[in-house]
Design a protein around this ligand. Structure first.
Ligand code: FAD
Length: 499
């Protein structure tokens, strides 16, 4: 009998599992696919207050999000990093005074201690103006943070497991019924097809865009429509400029979009907002979205971006709480928790909406409901302990990287940076006493070694080449088809021999 069973291994499910396990509850989490294979790996990857939400008067959400930036940065200074955003003033769109007012609020609403404040930019003299068209003369530069979204999920799951939670991937919750004051939950192992039951005193439905589907299929509550599914797509192109800042651009349709330096050699451009019907697992960018993002970018940069330049795209579905807004881009990004049932029967907590940025605060609110139903255990703690590999001072990333390079001089600069960013202090667990790259076993290409793959399988629930190449890392951008195949074969053989 678990205290809590969590449905869904996205950021919300894993954040709740970590918080609950750390307070002393017994926790089981089931994820039907890979961790972070849903919306949580398809985001723009910003830990941000959300400048745009100020226009919708979402002050509570913006304040909470602004505060979370430095909390998450301190918890995970390897996978989270500060990022400066350049906002050019566009003569035909929002006036300069409005941008200045928004950024003043953004700087002062709360939580900013280390991140530098907003400054005004002369785009004629600053390097940020160089790639832009000549009409852009003035801009603003402000701070937010960037995060490796999929790794944020996996590190929460790892920490939850290290604190006692049972994490099951490729495991679908197919049925949940109340029985003698608790839940009987049927789990299906999607690799073998076998089913088994577990019992839990409380259930959390953190199935993201599938939340209503789970309510229908597993709980028999058909016809629920609590979330509005809104597709957002991104394109990746070879890098558009040399400096390390991002741009936030306004578009004439009132939307904003970002261009963000990505994986050293690329620029990430996104996103879009369009209502989506259908299976969230099958969402894919449409030709119109690709064309829209290229055209919008071309409005600002001297060098146009063509659809042929795109090297990768991804698409995800936001599970937004359905607040009845008429336009997809206006639907609230805030989260709503809904409790169903009494403690003596077995409580179900459903999660609608939310952002990566606020996952820890959402988890904390869910824990308050859990305490109400099951009784309190430990105190609030999740913001004060680092995520795995993040146990170094927040401003010392460069020092950590230098130390790694000194200890393992055979690593090329790109691989050293990638390993430090992905694993922080845990990079040492992968590299051990290696003196040469060959000591790490097989070389799968682009700096991916057998030692790293074995670590990901042993410690991070990776079972397929896709898990390794697109969620634990983004090496999928660099490996050839043959290299991907060789990695897949290696992993299958290892799994078969372990079984
Ligand atoms: P998910 O990550 O989808 O997790 C739900 C999980 O439940 C899935 O992995 C699924 O496989 C699993 N599941 C479903 N049914 C079952 C079942 N029956 N049994 C077991 N498992 C099941 N937020 C930010 O803070 N910053 C951003 O920059 C940002 N940009 C975004 C851009 C886009 C285009 C999108 C789409 C979202 C963005 N977000 C951003 C929002 C953020 O990504 C989401 O709010 C967040 O990832 C939702 O997490 P989740 O855990 O609720 O859902």
């Amino acid at each position: 009998m678990y205290d809590i069973a969590v449905i869904g291994g996205g950021i919300n499910g894993c954040g709740i599992a970590r918080d609950a396990a750390g307070r002393g509850y017994s926790v089981c989490l089931a994820e039907m696919s890979d961790l972070a294979s849903g919306t949580s790996s398809w985001s723009t990857k910003l830990i941000h207050g959300g400048l745009r939400y100020l226009e919708h008067y979402e002050f509570r959400l913006v304040r909470e999000s602004l505060e979370e930036r430095e909390v998450l940065w301190a918890m995970a200074p390897h996978i989270v990093r500060p990022l400066r955003f350049v906002l050019p003033h566009h003569a035909g769109l929002r006036p300069a005074w409005l941008l200045r007012l928004g950024l003043f609020l953004y700087d002062h609403l709360g939580g900013r201690k280390l991140l530098p404040p907003t400054r005004v930019l002369n785009l004629k003299t600053d390097a940020a103006g160089a790639p832009l068209k000549d009409d852009f003369r003035k801009g603003f530069e402000y701070s937010d943070c960037w995060v490796d979204d999929a790794r944020l999920v996996v590190l929460n799951a790892r920490d939850a497991a290290d604190r006692g939670a049972d994490i099951h991937t490729r495991t679908q919750v197919v049925k949940a019924v109340r029985e003698d004051g608790h839940w009987r939950v049927t789990l299906r192992d999607l690799r073998t097809g076998t089913e088994r039951d577990i019992e839990a005193r409380l259930l959390v439905n953190a199935a993201g865009p599938w939340v209503d589907k789970v309510l229908g299929n597993a709980f028999g509550q058909n016809g629920a429509r609590n979330v509005r599914l809104v597709q957002g797509s991104h394109i990746v192109v070879p890098k558009l400029y040399d400096h390390d800042r991002s741009y936030i651009f306004q578009n004439s349709d009132g939307r904003i979009f970002f261009t963000i330096p990505y994986e050293r050699d690329f620029t990430l451009i996104g996103t879009t907002d369009r209502d989506y019907e259908g299976d969230p697992a099958k969402v894919a960018i449409t030709p119109e979205e690709s064309a829209y993002l290229c055209a919008a970018t071309g409005e600002y940069f001297k060098k146009p971006v063509a659809v042929e330049d795109i090297v990768w795209t991804y698409s995800g579905v936001r599970p937004l709480f359905d607040d009845g807004a008429s336009k997809a881009q206006e639907a609230t990004r805030d989260y709503v928790l809904r409790e169903d049932g009494k403690p003596e029967d077995g409580v179900l907590v459903n999660i609608f909406g939310g952002k990566l940025t606020t996952y820890r605060r959402l988890a904390n609110s869910v824990l308050q409901k859990i305490e109400g139903a099951l009784g309190a255990k430990g105190p609030e703690w999740s913001g004060s302990k680092p995520l795995p590999g993040g146990d170094f001072p927040v401003l010392d990333f460069a020092g950590q990287l230098d130390a790694l390079k000194r200890r393992y001089p055979f690593l090329d600069d790109g691989t050293a940076l990638r390993l430090e960013r992905q694993y922080g202090t845990f990079a040492l667990e992968i590299l051990g006493n290696a003196k040469t790259f060959a000591d790490l076993g097989r070389d799968f290409g682009a700096g991916l070694s057998e030692a790293e793959v074995r670590y990901l399988m042993r410690r991070e629930w990776a079972v397929s080449a896709e898990d390794v190449l697109w969620r634990r890392s983004k090496l999928g951008l660099r490996l050839t088809v043959e290299q991907v195949e060789a990695l897949g074969d290696f992993m299958s053989d290892l799994m078969a021999s372990a079984a």
